[in-house]
Design a protein around this ligand. Structure first.
Ligand code: ADP
Ligand code: MG
Length: 238
């Protein structure tokens, strides 16, 4: 299970209100994409869901349970960042397994999960390498693999393709889509790229200056944008 409910979430940094009352429901297994211009609050919203930031007010519920005081590690969430955030001194295998080890998962179970994830992500040849010995695309696959082995209820991706070149962006995007089909997991994916949003999403959430402009399926937003902002954002390729 991995449903999410966000109720009137607000977040201010000092006097600046960055999230101005967000309401959203994500059902189990859905692929939801947050789009919007730089600075509109996408990463902040993701970080509030993950528990890496406290909201100023409002509630976040995972599978119906208010997680406002639940620490990040106990929320059943795994996050993938634009910058990979791998440990340079650890091998691929140990980067993937570290979180499980810290949670006292038995070694055989860690190995089993790494075996499955590395097969899904074609990482088997690289398990003994360190991040510096990998390409950007391979590093991002390791970061995705590290999320997969944790078997989270919710995957959060924050612009995971932004540091990759065009060809790798397409490949990695397809791998993420395939992962979603295979795992049937709930995924929330942040991007400022319309193509990524249109191709990956079951549901797109268009954010602008800390508020939701519109929520809908890709074709719904494309064909019936609620306003000029959505039309400009979804309608016109960059
Ligand atoms: P996005 O991911 O959509 O580009 P962010 O959520 O990163 O936007 O940021 C939204 C706004 O909040 C920006 O104006 C940013 O400068 C501000 N912001 C984000 N994090 C902090 C912070 N820790 N302290 C102060 N301001 C922040
Ligand atoms: Mg961001």
């Amino acid at each position: 299970m991995g449903s999410l409910k966000i109720e009137n979430v607000k977040k201010a940094f000092g006097p600046v209100e960055v999230l101005k009352g967000i309401d959203l429901e994500v059902t189990d297994g859905e692929f939801v994409v947050f789009v919007g211009p730089s600075g509109c609050g996408k990463s902040t919203l993701l970080r509030v869901i993950a528990g890496l930031e406290d909201s100023t007010s409002g509630r976040v519920l995972i599978d119906g349970e208010d997680v406002s005081v639940t620490p990040p590690a106990k929320r059943g969430i795994a996050m993938v960042f634009q910058t990979y955030a791998l440990y340079p001194h650890l091998t691929v295998k140990n980067n993937m397994g570290l979180g499980l080890k810290q949670a006292n998962t038995p070694a055989a179970e860690i190995d089993r999960r790494i075996g499955i994830a590395s097969s899904m992500l074609s990482l088997e040849p690289y398990l003994e390498r360190r991040p510096a010995e990998l390409s950007g695309g391979q590093r991002q696959r390791v970061a995705i693999g590290r999320a997969v082995v944790r078997e989270p209820k919710l995957f959060l991706f924050d612009e995971p393709l932004s540091n990759l070149d065009a060809a790798l962006r397409v490949n990695t995007r397809l791998e993420i889509a395939q992962l979603h089909r295979r795992l049937k997991a709930t995924m929330i994916y942040v991007t400022h790229d319309q193509v990524e949003a249109m191709t990956l999403a079951d549901k797109i959430v268009v954010l602008n200056a800390g508020k939701i402009e519109q929520i809908g399926g890709p074709m719904e937003l494309y064909n019936s944008p609620a306003n000029e902002f959505v039309a400009g954002f979804i309608g016109s390729p960059k």
